[in-house]
Design a protein around this ligand. Sequence first.
Ligand SMILES: [Zn+2]
Length: 249
Amino acid sequence: MRKSRLNKVSIPKELAAQILFDSDRTCCVCRVRGRHVQLHHIDEDNSNNDPSNIAVLCFDCHRDTQITGGFDRKLDAHQIVIYRDDWIKRIRNRRVSDHGPEEISPQVKDPLLKLIMSLPDGLLRSYRLAQPKWDTGIPSAMHEGNIDMIWALKHILVDLVAFYPPSHFEGKLPEDYFREKIDSLFDWHSKRFDLEGSGPGTVGGLVIVGGEVISDLEKMVAEMVRSLTSHRDNFNFQAWLSEWKNHSS
Ligand SMILES: [Zn+2]
């Protein structure tokens, strides 16, 4: 009888969910896992839904709040508040020490994730270093800026290759593989612009081609990161990708 009456308390769903989460769906007094629990209004006013007035209790402990006589001591409001606040604090601390490391430290301890997480910032630094050269508007200086970026991206690619099986890159040394790759990208874009009559024979044309190569290399890094992390559920590729692409700001 009492149970059904108590279950009718109309605590807003979001608030109830938050309180149950904060208490880990566990009675704050006995703290026995797996017991059915209910939300108890500490002042026994079922319309007072202030979070400070609500505690998670199992049915057994709730019964102790209803004691009216005898030698058993009633579980009163003051005790419940102390139990409740202590329990919520313990749950919070345990989440920080348990889940914190689960979510954060693998990215620090795991060399691959550590590298990957550092790439967007590294790219941004390279852009900041190259920017003054591009800002000159002088083709030869702008080309130098491109070369700096390409050099930085090649290093990123070489670093990532360390996490692939050795045979993955046609048995070549990663440095050689990517140097050839970059050369062929320059050739390919030059020919493309040649066909379009944009005049790649000039340094100005070379600057445009270099920009295309940079963009290709950035995509290669993103593809490698995607394939290296595809089996990991502790890595959010889309979030990483938007950071990786966010170097224009
Ligand atoms: Zn209990």
